[in-house]
Design a protein around this ligand. Structure first.
Ligand SMILES: Cc1cc2nc3c(=O)[nH]c(=O)nc-3n(C[C@H](O)[C@H](O)[C@H](O)COP(=O)(O)OP(=O)(O)OC[C@H]3O[C@@H](n4cnc5c(N)ncnc54)[C@H](O)[C@@H]3O)c2cc1C
Length: 205
């Protein structure tokens, strides 16, 4: 088996490494110390196509393969692990699930702005009493007119304060316990209220 990276994978790796040396490494300690979320950095990553590396071009991505995306995460995380986590959650937990499981309409509406980095993605699953046991979540969604009314509280949602698109999980069938009674919703940020920032031991950017 050949484990050598392909030329285009090496190219993306080198592009990201150069970017991180110039734009991340000089600031990483300050961002961490000051708990600064470098919103402007993600616009620059988007210009390089790195907010949707492995998303097909027809959906606004760079059209590279998954290994290229992992190489990007490695390089970003080497400079600032918080930046790596932001891009990983944005891509792996929001953009790619929408691409894989969304309807045609959801894909067309939500994926291009995510892949182009115009919106950041957040994945809202965890609750105070539902971490490892995610199927125990209590946030409820009830049909309301043409849509749904969602009530509940999530916690530890990476990108929560900065995201434009949320993939949020809520119980739609109160009679069915566990994960089978839960559905995923795609929400614009103006339907979500962020109430606090978590104090963490690391990943502060
Ligand atoms: C930096 C950070 C970012 C995060 N970002 C997100 C995010 O973007 N979106 C989101 O939805 N969530 C996010 N989370 C939440 C994360 O998914 C949860 O922390 C995780 O699911 C674990 O849940 P918990 O912290 O409640 O721990 P618990 O579930 O309470 O687990 C505590 C400990 O008990 C162990 N344990 C649990 N159940 C069992 C069992 N049955 N048998 C044996 N051991 C068990 C666990 O392994 C762990 O060691 C984030 C968390 C962190 C720290």
């Amino acid at each position: 088996m050949d484990f050598e990276l392909a030329p285009e994978q090496k190219e993306i790796q080198a592009l990201t490494r150069d970017f991180v040396r110039a734009e991340v490494e000089p600031h990483a300690a300050t961002w961490d110390r000051e708990h600064h979320f470098p919103r402007e950095l993600f616009a620059k990553l988007a210009e390089l196509g790195l907010m949707g590396v492995c998303v097909p071009e027809e959906y606004g991505g760079a059209g590279a393969d998954f290994v290229s995306y992992v190489l990007v995460l490695e390089e970003l995380s080497r400079g600032d692990a918080g930046v790596g986590v932001t891009v990983a959650v944005h891509t792996s937990a929001v953009t790619l699930p929408l691409l894989r499981f969304g309807t045609d309409e959801q894909r067309a509406r939500f994926v291009p702005p995510l892949a182009r980095g115009e919106h950041l993605g957040a994945f809202a699953l965890t609750e105070a009493e539902a971490g490892s046991d995610a199927g125990a979540l209590r946030t409820k969604a009830k049909p309301d007119g043409d849509g749904w009314r969602i009530t509940g509280a999530k916690q530890w949602i990476t990108n929560g304060r900065h995201a434009g698109t949320f993939l949020l999980f809520a119980r739609t069938d109160p009679e069915t316990p566990g994960a089978k009674g839960v559905s995923a919703f795609v929400l614009d940020a103006d339907h979500v209220r962020v109430t606090r920032d978590e104090e963490k031991l690391g990943l502060n950017s």
